[in-house]
Structure formats: C-alpha cells, structure tokens
Design a protein around this ligand. Structure first.
Ligand code: NDP
Length: 251
C-alpha cells in the first residue's frame, strides 16, 4: 500500500477501530504515533505491533493538539498521515437532549478533529500527506434519537469535503470512512447495559442490508487504502463501510 516509512498519527488507537487501524497500517510498513488517554490500552495496542516503530502519545484530542504534533515530530521528524479516529457517542433526540453531553460530543468528534488537523496541516503540506477521518453512516443519513452524534458526524463530513477542496491544489488529500455498526467497546462505554446489548446488536444486524454488522478490520483496511498512494486521485470522498445501510431511506 506504499505506507513504508510513512509516519502516521492515529487517534483513539487504544481501542476498537483505532487499534485495528494501527494493526493494518503497521502491516503496511507505517511508523505510528498512537494517541489516546488510556495508557494501559495504548501499551496493549503497541505490544501487538511486533517490529513496528511506534510511539505512545498520551493525550486528549480536545485540548492537546500541539503536544501531539510536538511529540510525533520529536520522535520521528515528519508527519505523512493523520487518522482522526477518536470519537464518542451521544444519546437521545432533541426533546431529551443534554446540552452538556452535546458539547462534549461536538468537542471530541468535531472540534478536536479541527484543532488537530489544523496543527498537523503545515507538516502534511511538506510531505504532500493525507488525512483520513473516521466518521459514521450517521453522518450521511439521519437516525432519529441520535442527535448529537449525527450532527457531529455530518459536520465532520462537511469538514472533510471543505478541507479537501482547500488542500487539493497543494497535494494534501482528505477523505473519510463512514462505518455502520461495528462491534467495539463504544456501545458499552456509552452505557448500554450488558442485558440490553444483545437486543441492540440484533437490531443493528437487522438494520444493515447485508444482514450483519461490521468488523474493525473492514474499516481499518479502507483507512489504509485512503491513507496510501493507491488512493492518490481520491479526495473529499466519504467511503461508507456499512453493508449498504447509508442507502436505506429513513423511516
Ligand atoms: P471505542 O470506544 O472502542 O474507541 C474510541 C477511542 O477514542 C478510544 O481509543 C478512546 O481512547 C478515544 N477517545 C475518545 N475520546 C478521546 C479524547 N478526548 N482524546 C483522545 N482519545 C479519545 O470506539 P470505536 O473504535 O467504535 O470508535 C472509533 C471511531 O469510530 C469513533 O469516531 C466512532 O464514532 C466511529 N464509529 C464507530 C462505530 C461503531 O459501531 N463502533 C460506527 C461508526 C463510526 P481513550 O479511551 O484511551 O482516550
């Protein structure tokens, strides 16, 4: 995939899709800055990347953009790709909206992405690099009862497209992957109880035209493609990894 010797920052590398992205990028020869807040989980990700150059960057994407860039440059001297994967869920529709939770979701899923991309951009301009944002099927089509999350990911998708247009003449590509339901810790971290999870999962299976949910590696492979020179003529694209769910008409 032409990622040999490319330095890639992966946010949210301590869990789920981000840990799988780290695995796939490592397989393709990338050098990695693994960003997250949970040190033990970041170490677990790093320990699985046998033989890969990787640096753990303990940081909060809502406030540590400059520190993430500095530690990556101090360690590796360049940045070729930024994968904005860190994200959180939000609950409820407009009537029961908790505005503090809305702010938190927007801070992590949108504002944090903007801050880090802005901080990394001067270095991507030097390397003619790329950004891959991990958005969601919920950015493309509306889901009643997922207001904060859907708004954050729809705004992220517009951010992807706008920055792609701004950076295209300079040779920096910006794309996103938009997964459907993928089994990770995100749903349980968000507060879905163990006894409810089976029902949530079954409804998710039924909601995807392919009749199943996704796997972290299916998302990670698409991220690796968009990060690599194999996607050299692709920018401003939203790439659904959702078994066809984005084409369903909302009820
Ligand atoms: P997980 O909960 O497994 O992982 C989320 C990751 O985000 C963790 O590594 C966590 O790291 C990191 N993170 C969250 N907040 C911050 C923060 N403020 N600073 C730094 N890191 C942070 O979830 P997934 O792997 O499922 O989610 C990854 C991305 O995929 C998200 O953007 C999510 O919206 C998206 N997605 C997921 C889907 C799914 O069904 N799983 C579907 C569609 C999209 P730490 O705890 O170490 O801080």
């Amino acid at each position: 995939m032409s990622l040999s010797n490319k330095v890639v920052i992966v946010t949210g590398a301590s869990s789920g899709i981000g840990a799988a992205i780290a695995q796939v990028l490592a397989r393709e020869g990338a050098t990695l800055a693994l960003v997250g807040r949970n040190v033990a989980n970041l170490e677990a990700t790093k320990n699985n990347l046998k033989g890969t150059k990787a640096e753990i960057v303990v940081a909060d994407v809502t406030k540590d953009a400059a520190a993430i860039v500095k530690q990556t440059l101090d360690k590796f001297g360049r940045i070729d790709v930024l994968v904005n994967n860190a994200g959180i869920l939000g609950a409820g529709g407009l009537i029961d909206l908790d505005i503090e939770e809305f702010d938190s979701v927007m801070n992590t899923n949108l504002r944090g992405v903007i801050l880090l991309t802005k901080a990394v951009l001067p270095h991507l301009l030097k390397t003619k690099g790329a950004v891959v944002n991990v958005s969601s099927c919920a950015g493309i089509r509306p889901f009643a009862g997922a207001l904060s999350y859907g708004v954050s990911k729809a705004a992220l998708d517009q951010f992807t497209k706008i920055v792609a247009m701004e950076m295209a003449p300079q040779g920096v590509r910006v794309n996103s992957v938009n997964p459907g339901f993928v089994v990770t810790n995100i749903h349980k971290t968000f507060g879905i109880a163990d006894e409810d999870y089976k029902g949530v999962l079954q409804r998710a299976i039924n909601a995807h035209p392919m009749g199943r949910v996704g796997d972290v590696t299916e998302v990670a492979e698409a991220v690796a493609f968009l990060a690599s020179s194999k996607a050299s003529f692709t920018t401003g694209a939203l790439f659904p990894i959702d078994g066809g769910k984005h084409n369903l008409t909302p009820r």
